[in-house]
Design a protein around this ligand. Structure first.
Ligand SMILES: C[S@@+](CC[C@H](N)C(=O)[O-])C[C@H]1O[C@@H](n2cnc3c(N)ncnc32)[C@H](O)[C@@H]1O
Length: 317
């Protein structure tokens, strides 16, 4: 028991070693085998300390090793920049500010408020908006997750029922990319903050920038709100939903995609703590989401599972 506990205390070191390797682009630079000396020279790093890190990564099964040469393996291949299945930015996402927020979780437990906001003196999305590199890295991370998470969305929902669909808070557009691939005739509109929209390069979709707390344009028969409401407390979530209601035509459809805690076998308390620490929000039950949407004027229509974690709640105006 004591030994199990002692190793548990430092389990995060392995993640820290891997995320540091991503931060220093080590995996990108080890697609051909190299010694620590070669890599240290190329990247201007301290050779002795780099060797420690490379050996740690090898022992954690993140690097192959042959004599003094290190090389990426099938796992760390997935943490290189240009791999089509890359999770490099998803990996980096949980370091830096997220870790700082978790380190101050006691503040959130005492006050119920966001420890991120207490440290950085502004809400998370305002912070991102003021730090272009972090904003870009965050959205690349979201996109890398989204590519897997929304793969089946066009099979689960028949979007051909709509002439147009707007993804509100759609980030770099993974949801719409999937919808457009199966339903090329459906007009797809991406709505997000200006600094996000200006970075989106995917073709065949209309891009509109704005602030969902102020106004959402009336441009579509349906709105998708995916992993948006869980970022906000009830008051802010209600503000977004009211603007969605205003934007939709009568009989318009709202699709809310979230991890509903009552629809999942695994416990989401840790994710909820993360949302509290970062955004002063939490993961809700489907009943709580339905109540939020009803309070904004919507009628609940039906629900369906998207994947193991996410549920789609469908509402009508
Ligand atoms: C957790 S991400 C979800 C992204 C995407 N929908 C997904 O499921 O991967 C939340 C999104 O809300 C956007 N967002 C945050 N504040 C916003 C605002 N005030 N107006 C419009 N979009 C906003 C962010 O830029 C981000 O794209």
């Amino acid at each position: 028991m004591r030994d199990k506990l002692k190793s548990f205390f430092t389990e995060h070191w392995k993640y820290m070693a891997v995320s540091t390797a991503c931060k220093l682009n080590l995996f990108d630079n080890l697609q051909e085998q190299k010694t620590a000396k070669q890599l240290a020279t190329e990247l201007s790093l301290n050779e002795e300390k780099l060797l420690l890190l490379l050996n740690a990564l090898h022992n954690a099964d993140f690097l192959g090793k042959n004599d003094d040469f290190f090389k990426v393996n099938s796992l760390s291949e997935l943490l290189t920049e240009n791999n089509p299945e890359s999770l490099k930015y998803a990996c980096l996402n949980w370091s830096s500010e997220h870790l700082n927020a978790w380190q101050n979780l006691d503040f959130s437990i005492k006050t119920g408020n966001s420890s991120f906001e207490n440290i950085y003196k502004k809400p998370f999305f305002d912070f991102l908006n003021e730090n272009p590199d972090k904003l870009h890295a965050y959205h690349k991370a979201m996109y890398q997750y989204a590519k897997d998470d929304y793969k089946t969305l066009p099979n689960v929902i028949d979007f051909s029922n709509h002439k147009s669909v707007m993804d509100v808070g759609g980030g770099y557009g993974a949801v719409l990319e999937n919808i457009k691939a199966k339903y090329p005739i459906v007009e797809c509109i991406l709505f997000d903050l200006p600094k996000v929209i200006e970075k989106v390069t995917i073709p065949y979709i209309q891009k509109i920038s704005g602030n969902f707390f102020e106004k959402i344009p009336s441009q579509s028969e349906a709105i998708v709100l995916s992993r948006v409401l869980h970022d906000w407390n009830d008051e802010k979530a209600n503000n977004i939903l009211k603007n969605c209601f205003e934007a939709l035509p009568s009989n318009g459809t709202l699709y809310v995609i979230e991890n509903c805690t009552d629809k999942i076998k695994i416990d989401l308390s840790l994710l909820s703590l993360n949302m509290t620490a970062m955004c002063q929000s939490y993961e809700r039950t489907s009943t709580q989401y339905i109540l939020l949407c009803k309070n904004a004027g919507f009628q609940f229509d039906s629900e369906t599972k998207l994947n193991e974690l996410q549920t789609i709640l469908i509402f009508k105006k």
